[in-house]
Design a protein around this ligand. Structure first.
Ligand SMILES: Cc1cc2nc3c(=O)[nH]c(=O)nc-3n(C[C@H](O)[C@H](O)[C@H](O)COP(=O)(O)OP(=O)(O)OC[C@H]3O[C@@H](n4cnc5c(N)ncnc54)[C@H](O)[C@@H]3O)c2cc1C
Length: 255
């Protein structure tokens, strides 16, 4: 884990509220893999803001972060420019370990898509993606997913692009055709619960990345506690240290 100042190589706007930022950070890129995250100091804010590592380019020593402006921290981040330095702690968390021998379906909901992109790229051409957005205006990273995946399905809540409905509608069709696969998902909690329930119904292994509110990012506070049901009973896990990726069977989505 490193804590250092790293230079922004580029920052571009992807849609009205979402930005893609490439960070020059060779040592950090070298220790990164899909599903891990970094914790960024945003101006004078005491608590750092966690952002998933979307793409990793070890050859050029960069990582790409894709973030949505939600409040003061991400607003500050969106106002940075190429050449500015960021105080970054990372890489943090366990990340995904895609099993390349299995057919894999990567599911992203809104701003949950960026970590799925890195995972799909790492997995290779057999990856299948299902991306869900509120509407066509919020869509991000579609071309990048198309570049690395065998198939990409898009759902929008309002039907303005792709299938009208939710990612679970497409997942249901996929699993009823062929359930011999593993599913990786990141997105809002109700979506993750829906995906987890459907995978359980079809007996499919599913891993979810949780984006709980976080304090320290290194397991020292209890802000990101999450309840799990494991073979030896109930546990309170830290999303930052034990996750953010969990076996969906173990997550107590109602806890
Ligand atoms: C492991 C992890 C990875 C993440 N990866 C990404 C990413 O790749 N891209 C991205 O855009 N965001 C990501 N997030 C969420 C991001 O950290 C928050 O949106 C950000 O911290 C908000 O900070 P802010 O100061 O802009 O907003 P705040 O002023 O802190 O909050 C503004 C609004 O956002 C809500 N909010 C804040 N944090 C979260 C959260 N974690 N989940 C849901 N709602 C929240 C608040 O309730 C409030 O309504 C991730 C979070 C975690 C824990």
């Amino acid at each position: 884990m490193f804590q250092s100042s790293y230079k922004i190589q580029s920052i571009i706007q992807l849609n009205p509220t979402t930005y893609s930022l490439v960070l020059d950070c060779a040592e950090l890129a070298n220790e990164s893999w899909c599903g891990r995250f970094v914790n960024i100091r945003c101006g004078e804010k005491t608590l750092r803001r966690p952002i998933s590592i979307s793409e990793i380019d070890k050859a050029n020593g960069t990582i790409t972060l894709v973030f949505e402006v939600r409040g003061e921290g991400t607003e500050w981040l969106a106002a940075r420019h190429a050449g500015d330095e960021l105080d970054v702690l990372g890489p943090l968390g366990n990340g995904f370990f895609p099993d390349a021998d299995k057919r894999a379906v990567f599911i992203g909901g809104g701003i949950g898509c960026p970590p799925m992109l890195g995972a799909a790229q790492e997995y290779g051409a057999k990856a299948e993606a299902i991306l869900g957005f509120r509407s066509a205006k919020q869509m991000i990273l579609l071309d990048k997913f198309k570049d690395c995946c065998q198939s990409v399905a898009v759902t929008t809540n309002d039907g303005s692009f792709g299938v009208k409905g939710f990612v679970t509608d497409v997942l249901k069709d996929k699993l009823s055709e062929n359930s011999d696969c593993v599913v990786y998902a990141c997105g809002p909690m109700p979506m993750l619960k829906g995906v987890a329930d459907m995978c359980a119904q079809y007996g499919v292994q599913c891993y979810v990345s949780l984006e709980q509110r976080m304090g320290c990012g290194i397991g020292a506070c209890l802000v990101c506690a999450c309840k799990t049901q494991e073979a030896d009973g109930t546990h309170m896990r830290h999303v930052c240290k034990n996750g953010p990726v969990f076996d969906a069977k173990e997550v107590d989505f109602d806890g």
